[in-house]
Design a protein around this ligand. Structure first.
Ligand SMILES: [Zn+2]
Length: 374
């Protein structure tokens, strides 16, 4: 199985002609739709290079990738890899040269329409790490995001998922308010369990401060002060808080995905991912939270699930998505009643547990049933 990971590198804007890159993106878009146009002022080598990619049109290489920033048509580029021992791999005339000897990436003629124009950027540690893990960077892409030039590198690795050792790692994805719960299960027994979340108090405070400021802006606008310095100031304050929530949850998403995949690797566990984000959104709605707060509390959870899946594929961790109940008793299957502090109680058999632990109890139970059957 082929696994992929991607990263973005910001290119020096002063060395790039943004309009040229935009034109290359437009040409790529045309090529994608089966049109071939030859532009007299764009180097032939680059245009040849572009149309060579047509045979890969429906592959990741041509930019139909799961990542958001591939939605616009980025320009696919071949790479030449020069390793420390002088060994070379790839197309000698490739526009992107990954030089591990000198630790630089060279971009030839894709930043400016000038013959022989080269832009050099330092080799990111990310690339070196992926190569050490047995990956290869065959393809790159250049493109614009918010008018800034970027280089996207796509690492590829051939990997087979390992045979799980009997451990399973259950991951239950909620909102940031309730966090991400995980449990390590072996032979139908729950070994450890934990809920992970960012500083919830801070997130909640920032959420309410944001909403409060947005309300104030609305009020001032209704009173006819839509373009005053005061309004701008409050708007800025709201924006700063939103960005902070976004950064905190994004960092937590990447940190947790990496931590959990490492844990799975350590125990040779298989991953069971219960993506309950939609259910969590409904739960927050039922609590009558304002929709902006809900949006902030849900931000970057999709990124977390995506990163979890990407890393699991890359390291060969077997995984599956599985819906696990959170309101049904794992002992007698009666409907559970929710009490103060998100404690779930079964009125039929007396079972009692925190709400976030119920899916993990279910996973344990199902795992035991599957074990017994074998
Ligand atoms: Zn029960």
């Amino acid at each position: 199985m082929k696994a992929h990971r991607a990263m973005l590198i910001k290119l020096p804007k002063d060395k790039c002609n943004v309009n040229y890159i935009r034109r290359l993106m437009a040409l790529t878009n045309l090529a994608y739709h089966d049109f071939e146009t030859w532009e007299p002022d764009i180097p032939r080598t680059i245009q040849h290079h572009l149309y060579e990619f047509k045979s890969y049109k429906n592959s990741l290489v041509f930019g139909v990738a799961p990542k958001k920033w591939f939605a616009e048509v980025w320009v696919p580029l071949k790479t030449l890899r020069i390793y420390g021992d002088g060994f070379m791999k790839g197309d000698k005339h490739a526009p992107v040269v990954l030089d591990f000897k000198n630790n630089v990436i060279k971009l030839r003629q894709v930043c400016r329409s000038e013959p022989g124009f080269v832009v050099e950027v330092p080799m990111p540690k990310w690339v070196v790490d992926r190569i050490k893990e047995g990956g290869d960077v065959k393809y790159a892409m250049i493109g614009l995001r918010d008018d800034e030039p970027y280089l996207a590198l796509v690492a590829e690795r051939e990997v087979e998922p390992y045979q799980p050792s009997g451990y399973i790692l259950v991951i239950d994805v909620n909102s940031w308010r309730y966090g991400i719960a995980w449990g390590l299960v072996k032979n139908g027994k729950l070994i450890t369990w934990k809920t992970e979340k960012p500083d919830t108090f801070l997130i909640n405070t920032l959420c309410y401060q944001t909403v409060d400021r947005e309300r104030k802006v609305g009020k001032l606008k209704r009173l006819g002060y839509s373009s005053s310095a005061k309004v701008d100031e409050i708007k800025e304050q709201a924006h700063t808080r939103k960005s902070r929530i976004y950064r905190i949850t994004r960092d937590k998403a990447y940190f947790l995905a990496s931590k959990l995949v490492k844990k799975a690797l350590k125990y040779k566990a298989s991953l069971v991912i219960d993506d309950m984000t939609e259910e969590s959104r409904r739960e927050l709605l039922e609590e009558r939270l304002p929709s902006d707060v809900i949006k902030l509390l849900m931000s970057n959870l999709k990124r977390f699930v995506h990163q979890l899946e990407t890393l699991a594929q890359w390291y060969g961790v077997p995984y599956e998505f599985r819906r696990l109940p959170s309101t049904v008793c794992p002992v007698c299957q009666s409907e559970l009643t929710q009490e103060e502090g998100r404690i779930m109680i079964c009125e039929n058999c007396g079972f009692k547990a925190p709400r976030d632990k119920i899916p993990i109890h279910w996973a344990t139970k199902l795992h035991k049933l599957e074990d017994d059957r074998h």
